[in-house]
Design a protein around this ligand. Structure first.
Ligand SMILES: Nc1ncnc2c1ncn2[C@@H]1O[C@H](COP(=O)(O)OP(=O)(O)OP(=O)(O)O)[C@@H](O)[C@H]1O
Ligand SMILES: [Mg+2]
Length: 343
């Protein structure tokens, strides 16, 4: 593998022992206070992050998954020094995110999904040149670095075009290149593939995989489970501000693979029937997925023929189509983790 950048020497240790994590969060908490009402001011508190701890090893691609409002962005903002934790602590490359803000910032890069901040009238290349100046990339290194980055994000050959003509996927890849100009060791990507079509998303995944090959440590959030499955070495699932599971994609799938997934095609299944299915002993979760003309009841359950019989008995008043079993996917594991009532 070609070495992307020449390393400059500075005070931050570049080579970490295998035991020191690249990112470490210890019992991070963040509460937001918001005021509402004109006459009677009421103050409400939202506990966005409630004691999150995890470690990311150098060179690891770590996924943070969770439903809307779970606290992913808040966690990332604390790690990239944009928000101060209410309590707890975190380090990036051994530096504290509250007390060593400058050093942390010089070693990290980040991209948020739907990011703005590119100059539309300029070409991709001129955007990167401009941000290189801004980030203080030494002039003699600029050309080579921009060239390598264009290669990494797959924009070589398109850099002479104005950004206004770029597709959303191309813009997002240019954002990633911009975020990497100062050669950070740790990169944070918050929903980079949001709103990008399947082809663009595939190219973006290749770019993210390329970051890992370059030896970067990456924290990624996404709502696309296959994306997380394909890219992540390890995943933490966060729900209502707390981590509810952590492991490799295979380990997370293992949480549901003690059972199997039963899929029942239906035509117009009603909520009371779904609720009745959830009551069947051996059924862990039951959710409805719209697939064209049919609603497919996706049931995580024990691998037991009796469960299938009982489920079908509860669906007597519904038109039922094909019934099948399959192995659990990461999405099944995720749905189970974030919808489980006892979690
Ligand atoms: N600046 C803020 N002021 C008040 N509440 C906030 C603020 N930022 C976030 N919150 C609240 O904190 C909680 C967590 O939000 P956060 O943006 O971290 O979630 P998320 O996991 O990134 O969700 P999504 O998947 O939708 O991006 C939510 O309830 C949100 O409304
Ligand atoms: Mg978010």
């Amino acid at each position: 593998m070609k070495v992307l950048f020449r390393r400059s020497t500075d005070s931050v240790p570049r080579v970490l022992g295998t035991s020191s994590p690249a990112v470490e969060a210890r019992d991070l908490r963040r509460t937001f206070r918001s005021r509402s009402g004109v006459w009677r001011r009421t103050s409400t508190e939202v506990e966005a992050v409630k004691g999150v701890s995890f470690e990311i090893a150098p060179g690891e691609l770590f996924g943070l998954l969770g439903p809307n409002g779970a606290g992913k962005t808040t966690t990332i903002k604390m790690l990239i020094t944009l928000l101060i934790p209410t309590s707890g602590s975190a380090t990036v490359l051994g530096r504290d995110v509250v007390t060593d803000v400058r050093e942390v910032r010089s070693r990290i890069g980040y991209v948020f999904g739907g990011d703005r901040g590119l100059y539309e009238r300029l070409t991709g290349l001129d955007n990167l040149r401009y941000f290189s100046e801004l980030y203080g990339v030494p002039p003699r290194e600029q050309k080579e670095r921009i060239g390598s980055l264009l290669e990494l994000v797959g924009l070589t050959g398109r850099e002479g075009e104005k950004v206004e003509g770029y597709s959303r996927g191309m813009r997002q890849r240019l954002h990633i290149a911009r975020g990497l100009l100062h050669d950070p060791d740790v990169f944070f990507l918050d929903e980079p593939s949001i709103g990008i079509d399947p082809v663009g998303a595939r190219e973006l995944r290749a770019t993210v995989a390329g970051l890992r090959e370059q030896g970067k440590t990456v924290l990624l959030t996404t709502h696309y489970m296959f994306e997380a499955d394909e890219l992540c070495d390890r995943i933490a699932v966060i729900r209502a501000g707390e981590i509810v599971a952590e492991g490799t994609p295979a380990q997370l799938k293992g949480l549901v693979s003690a059972g199997r997934v039963l899929e029942v095609e239906t035509y117009g299944v009603a909520e009371p029937e779904v609720a009745a299915v959830r009551e069947v002993p051996g059924v862990r979760t039951a959710t409805v997925e719209e697939r064209g003309q049919t609603q497919v009841l996706v049931i995580a359950c024990e691998p037991d023929a009796e469960v299938t019989t009982q489920v079908l008995a509860r669906l007597q008043d519904t038109r039922v189509g094909r019934v099948s079993h399959r192995e659990p996917t990461l999405e099944d594991a995720y749905v189970e983790l974030v919808t489980r009532v006892d979690a």
